[in-house]
Design a protein around this ligand. Structure first.
Ligand code: GUN
Length: 286
């Protein structure tokens, strides 16, 4: 069997067009959705991600502010930047790109963001609301995976979803979003004993471990839906996912490529969350 490739780029364009309608409706009422993207330090990969986020804002006709801070910034200075963004009426969404340099307490920084502007959905208030199924801001990558599944017409209810990876950014929120759609959910880590036993039982397998080509064809049930959240560089410097595409595509029913799978959806859902934040802050929605 050769898997059907889920084209994240095309689906992302379609979803962005849907959200542009909402952004334009807000603009017609005098509110331009605005995103502030804060990056601390010089991590090249983070710089590319943030530049892409800012570019996507411009494409949707949104306002954006790209704030680059030196890696030696103090925690107090960073918190002051966030306080200024919290009270800036042109800014509806605030994103602080992670990871932060080691001397900064990421948890403290995230908690300083106004939860009504927390478009990453990382603030404890929004994480709590995610557990009860009421967050206005699902974290962008798992939210993007849910939209990819929906737009591809993949049923979730009653399916066994196995997630490899337990991060706060992807694994845990992914599990909750799938659970809310009545999947049976298993969360594994790269350390899970007999991992393949679990992954081979997955109808929907989400790989989010951050290890190049970690999931191989032998670990996948024939016909399964395989979603690759990984972004890694292999020995030749090529961008690869957590899934060994060549072997898994021969077994799976559906597969997302890297690049061009989940990545474009993450940025799209950041736009969606920013538009929603602007709607809420300007009193046009709950
Ligand atoms: N680093 C990796 N993924 C993300 C993300 O979705 N948001 C932020 N802020 N940082 C990240």
């Amino acid at each position: 069997m050769t898997a059907q490739i889920i084209d994240g780029k095309t689906i992302a364009q379609q979803v962005r067009a849907e959200w542009k309608v909402r952004a334009d409706a807000l603009k017609a009422r005098g509110v331009t959705p605005g995103l502030a993207a804060v990056i601390v330090g010089n991590d090249p990969a983070s710089k590319v991600y943030v530049a892409n986020k800012v570019k996507a804002c411009a494409e949707l006709g949104m306002y954006s502010k790209h704030i680059e801070l030196g890696s030696d910034i103090s925690e107090a200075e960073l918190l002051a930047e966030i306080a200024a963004l919290n009270s800036d009426p042109k800014i509806h969404g605030i994103l602080v790109q992670l990871p932060l340099p080691k001397h900064l307490d990421a948890h403290k920084v995230i908690e300083a963001i106004n939860p009504d502007k927390d478009v990453d959905g990382f603030h404890e208030k929004n994480v709590g609301a995610l557990v009860t199924g009421e967050t206005p801001f699902p974290s962008c990558t798992p939210y993007g995976v849910m939209v990819l599944l929906e737009k591809t017409g993949i049923a979730i209810e009653g399916k066994h979803a196995v997630i490899v990876g337990r991060s706060n950014i992807v694994g845990k929120p992914m599990a909750l979003l799938l659970l809310h759609k009545n999947a049976t959910v298993t969360i594994c880590t790269s350390k899970t004993v007999d991992l393949a036993k679990h992954t081979r039982d997955a109808d929907i397998l989400v790989a989010a471990v951050g290890k190049a080509n970690f999931i191989t064809g032998k670990m996948v049930k024939p016909g399964a839906v395989v979603i690759d959240v990984g972004i890694n560089r292999n020995a030749e410097g090529k961008l690869v996912g957590d899934v060994d595409f060549a072997s898994v595509k021969e077994v799976a029913g559906y597969i997302t490529p890297v690049p061009g799978g989940v990545g474009p959806m993450t940025i799209t859902m950041l736009m969606a969350n920013t538009v929603r934040a602007a709607e809420r802050l300007s009193g046009f929605s709950k």
